[in-house]
Design a protein around this ligand. Structure first.
Ligand code: C2E
Ligand code: MG
Ligand code: MG
Length: 943
């Protein structure tokens, strides 16, 4: 951070220095430009001066040469000649030197005579620089040849004068002339050369004075320029300094502001921030950090950070500072973000943190670290919550599927995998339509998409296909998942496999509509179908028929064999019935041995006839049950829509009535319903109706019929027989109402009433007449199915204080034929109790000898239908004889029932029959009358 703010200041200063330097350099360059101009002019001036001096010297030397030439003309002395010649040569030499200097540059030195008073000679020293563009070479070239020529002529003159001297006085005249001419020529050349020299001199004087002026000006310019340069340089520098200072000020201000902001940030940020030095000692801490850690800043600063707040790992183990992730940056400078560690508060509690540790550099070296951290307790809890939720979803028994808004699967749970058979990786990225079975109507899907696209949820049932191709039912809840802005991010489907439920529903539906035994439609479905058939017939102006079928004597099969056998028979009968009608006709079971056949689309009643006959015929072949052959017939009643009724209930009722007619006509036949039949059927309905509550209304009364010892003609007991006096129906015979009470279950309370009444009344007679009168009570098969029967008998025995030996229970073969073990148990228990058991109505049923052997019968009662005819029908006589003999053979006492004549009695007596009852002695009579009878004539002759 400090590096960042220092840098601009340095840069500003460096910039300033460079700018000033540049200004100075530029100004110095301009300044020195002026200087060199002056120097150039100065050196030109020097050259001109040197040229002038050289020119002056040449001019002087030529003047002196001219004098020497004149002198030569007069000479006659050889020595003098030599001297003058030398002087002349010297002068020429100096002139030559001067010209060479002017030509090549160099230093020219000469000493020339002057006319200045007191100074005969002066020294000339001229530094002549090689001229480059001044054009003096031309002048020199012009002077040079003249001097050379002069030199040659002077040599010639010397020779001529030398000859004249030697020839003196005989010198030839032409020699003199030649000398004279030569001198003149030389003189002319000298004169011209001297003029040239003078011109050079003059010219150089001109140039010198001009250059002097230029030089002066240049010098002046140079001098006058120096001040402004300095001023400009200073001005610019001052300006730059000002700019730089302003900028530096701004930088400092910015830095201050940044520092203030940083401080504010540190103070107000919710993140905890602290710094550590190279040793891990806390150097600073912000308020949030101090608050979160529960330490004041003073308690944290200058303390070892790790030891104080970071000493223990989240698993509770010691956390050595050497392994501290936070301090690792001090070593290697790696920046860490850690979110699985704890910070410890002053109060000893800890909290999960996420921190990052960043190194602090100073001059490229790590001098500490800044750590910022936040308390992530909430996040960790949220993560835990999310994890728990995820686990819950994962372990949920219902399928969960999440898709993106394109419908591509992003998540499925375990239940989905189990239900569908697809592994998660097989469906991720795919569309849930892979499960589609094509059995779900398209409208379902339209409805679904309409709902979820409009932000609603959808519930419904879908039939889908598993990976292995099996179909299954799902109850689905599908809804859009929205984010905090309300826009849909995903779709969620929660689905429950309801295949089992569907199966059960189907089963329940089947059970509700079908008979479980025969699998034929039951009453409910039959009525439903019948109403359909009626509607159809109405629409098409057709007729329909209801055939009510009841199996004849089925009860006997049930009673004599077993319920299981009865069930098997019903199944076979159902099968035959189905086979004897058209496939569209309905065969159903109403319950028990009652079946219904519905025939639709009939044009005339006559069409029913062949079907009814066919049905009766289908029963003709014997049924085979447990290896035994059995003949079964059926009685049928037929009602026709619309003549016999226009609703199902009426048609059924009338078919039932017609069926009763068939029963009455001797069974195994059919009858069409006629309105006259209704009168008969109403009787049964009335009986059923009136039986309801009859016991409570005390409409039942127990009658007693005496039983006599034939040998002694003495009353030894009675048979209790039930009578029903109903205010509406009048006297109803037990043969009529007993079977109905058996069907309705009313026989149970009624039977109890009989037992109690019979026992108590007999006990009274015993007491009154001090005779061990016995009482026979009829017990129906249905009563034996009641587990309380024995208890009730015991209770009645105790209640009426009558010995069990006085009690005779009459049962029919039907009780035994069912073969249930509880009957065996009950009979042996009753026998153990001392109660006598009588086989009633012997001869009407199977008259099985094995039963007589197997069960503890004390008495056997021959049915009155045999007694009736013993005196006239030899067959009956035979049977009675055999029965008596057989019973005696088994040690069983025989009772004859329905003895009406003395003849019959005598015959029975002859055959050894021990007891008898019948109208011969008395009809069944009320208890009061019986009491009188016992009182008055215990010995009965005739009734
Ligand atoms: P059951 O046990 O065989 O009773 C004998 C039936 O024969 C009685 O008819 C009786 O009145 C009748 N009877 C007796 N002697 C003569 C006679 O000389 N000539 C003629 N023609 N009939 C004679 P009832 O009282 O009408 O009873 C009919 C059946 O009703 C009984 O046959 C019995 O099976 C049943 N029953 C009557 N009372 C009860 C009862 O309290 N409980 C049960 N479970 N069944 C009863
Ligand atoms: Mg009886
Ligand atoms: Mg009987």
């Amino acid at each position: 951070m400090s590096q960042l703010t220092e840098h601009p200041i340095q840069r500003q200063i460096i910039g300033l220095a460079l700018s000033i330097l540049a200004i100075v350099v530029v100004l110095v360059a301009i300044h020195s430009g002026f200087r060199s101009k002056a120097n150039q002019i100065g050196s030109q001036l020097d050259n001109q001066k040197a040229r002038q001096e050289i020119g002056l010297s040449i001019y002087q030397r030529l003047f002196s040469a001219k004098a020497s030439v004149f002198k030569l003309s007069t000479l006659d002395n050889r020595l003098e000649l030599e001297i003058v010649k030398k002087r002349f040569d010297d002068n020429l030499l100096i002139i030559k030197e001067g010209l060479a200097i002017l030509h090549n540059g160099g230093v020219f030195k000469d000493q020339i005579a002057t006319n200045i008073p007191g100074q005969n000679s002066m020294n000339l020293v001229a530094n002549y620089y090689l001229p480059e563009s001044e054009g003096y070479v031309l002048e020199v070239l012009e002077l040079g040849p003249a001097i050379h020529n002069l030199d040659e002529q002077a040599q010639l003159l010397y020779q001529l004068i030398k000859s004249r001297i030697e020839l003196f006085p005989n010198e030839p005249a032409d020699l003199q002339v030649r000398i004279h001419n030569l001198i003149k020529t030389i003189n002319t050349v000298l004169q011209r050369t001297q003029e040239n020299a003078a011109r050079v001199l003059y010219d150089s004087q001109e140039k010198t004075s001009q250059l002097s002026i230029e030089y002066k000006e240049s010098e002046n310019l140079y001098d006058s320029f120096r001040l402004p340069v300095v001023v400009i340089a200073l001005g610019l520098s001052a300006y730059l300094l000002l700019v730089t200072l302003t900028r530096v000020g701004k930088v400092i201000e910015n830095r201050k502001q940044a520092e203030d902001q940083l401080q504010l940030l540190l103070d107000t940020t919710v993140e905890g921030i602290f710094g550590v030095d190279e040793q891990g000692t806390t150097t600073f801490v912000n308020p949030s950090a101090s608050r979160m850690l529960g330490y004041s800043p003073e308690e944290l600063i200058n303390r070892s950070n790790h030891q104080l707040i970071h000493h223990t790992r989240s698993d509770g183990s010691h956390y050595p500072a050497s392994e501290c992730c936070m301090l690792e940056v001090l070593e290697g400078g790696t920046v860490h973000t850690v979110d699985n560690e704890l910070f410890w508060r002053k109060d000893g509690t800890s909290f999960p943190v996420e921190y990052s540790s960043n190194p602090i550099y100073r001059k490229g070296k790590i001098v500490g670290a800044v750590v910022n951290f936040r308390d992530i307790s909430e996040r960790k809890q949220a993560e835990k919550r999310i994890r728990t939720l995820l686990q819950a979803i994962e372990q949920s028994p219902v399928s969960v599927v999440m898709t993106d808004t394109n419908g591509d699967i992003e998540y499925v749970n375990r239940a989905f995998e189990i239900t569908s058979g697809y592994k998660a990786n097989e469906v991720l990225g795919k569309n849930p339509r892979i499960l589609k079975s094509d059995n779900t109507p398209e409208e379902h899907f339209k409805e679904l998409w309409q709902a979820i696209l409009s932000g609603q949820s959808w519930r419904g049932e879908l039939q889908n296909r598993k990976k292995n191709g099996d179909l299954f039912w799902e109850r689905a809840y599908i809804a859009p998942v929205v984010d905090e802005t309300g826009s849909t991010t995903h779709y969620l489907a929660v689905k429950e496999d309801i295949s089992l439920q569907k199966q059960q529903e189907k089963k329940i539906l089947h059970q509700a509509n079908y008979d479980s035994l025969t699998n034929l439609p039951n009453r409910f479905l039959t009525l439903d179908r019948l109403s359909q058939i009626i509607k159809e017939a109405q629409r098409n102006q057709h007729m329909a028929a209801v055939l009510f079928l009841d199996l004849d004597d089925f009860k006997k099969v049930n009673d004599s064999m077993s319920h299981e056998a009865g069930d098997k028979l019903l199944i076979q009968a159902a099968k035959r019935l189905k086979e004897s009608v058209r496939i569209d006709d309905t065969v159903s079971r109403l319950g028990g041995d009652e079946f219904i056949i519905l025939l639709g689309s009939l044009h005339t009643e006559k069409e029913v006839l062949p079907i009814a006959e066919k049905i009766l015929n289908c029963f003709k072949p014997p049924f085979v049950l447990d290896g035994r052959e059995l003949i079964l017939t059926a009685s049928i009643g037929i009602s026709i829509y619309p003549s016999d009724g226009d609703n199902p209930a009426e048609l059924l009722r009338n078919a039932d009535t017609a069926m009763y007619q068939s029963k009455e006509q001797g069974r195994n036949t059919f009858n069409f319903f006629t309105h006259e039949m209704n009168k008969g059927i109403s009787r049964r309905l009335q009986v059923e109706e009136q039986l309801h509550g009859a016991l409570e209304r005390n409409e039942f009364q127990l009658y007693y019929q005496p039983i006599l010892d034939i040998a002694k003609r003495e009353i030894i007991g009675t048979e209790s027989l039930l009578r029903w006096h109903n205010p509406i129906l009048g006297e109803v015979r037990p043969d009529e109402f007993i079977p109905i009470t058996e069907q309705t279950g009313q026989i149970i309370p009624l039977g109890q009433f009989v037992i109690e009444q019979a026992l108590c009344t007999t006990a009274q007679w015993q007491n009154q007449f001090s005779k061990p009168f016995r009482v026979a009570i009829n017990i129906s098969p249905r009563q034996f199915r009641d587990p309380n029967l024995i208890k009730q008998i015991k209770a009645a025995l105790a209640q009426c204080s009558i010995p069990s030996s006085s009690v005779v229970l009459e049962i029919t073969e039907g009780v035994l034929l069912s073969g249930h073990t509880y009957i065996d148990d009950a009979l042996s228990e009753l026998n153990n109790l001392g109660v006598t058991i009588t086989m009633d109505d012997f001869g009407t049923g199977y008259s099985s000898l094995s039963y007589l052997r197997r069960y503890p019968f004390g008495n056997l009662k021959i049915d009155r239908s045999f007694i009736n005819d013993i005196t006239i029908d030899p067959a009956d006589r035979e049977l009675v004889n055999a029965t008596i003999a057989m019973a005696h053979g088994l040690g069983i006492t025989v009772v004859a029932e329905g003895v009406e004549t003395e003849e019959q009695l005598n015959y029975l007596k002859q055959q050894g029959c021990e007891m008898a009852q019948g109208y011969l002695f008395s009809k069944p009579i009320p208890a009061v009358e019986m009491k009188h009878l016992l009182q008055n004539k215990q010995k009965l002759t005739t009734a």
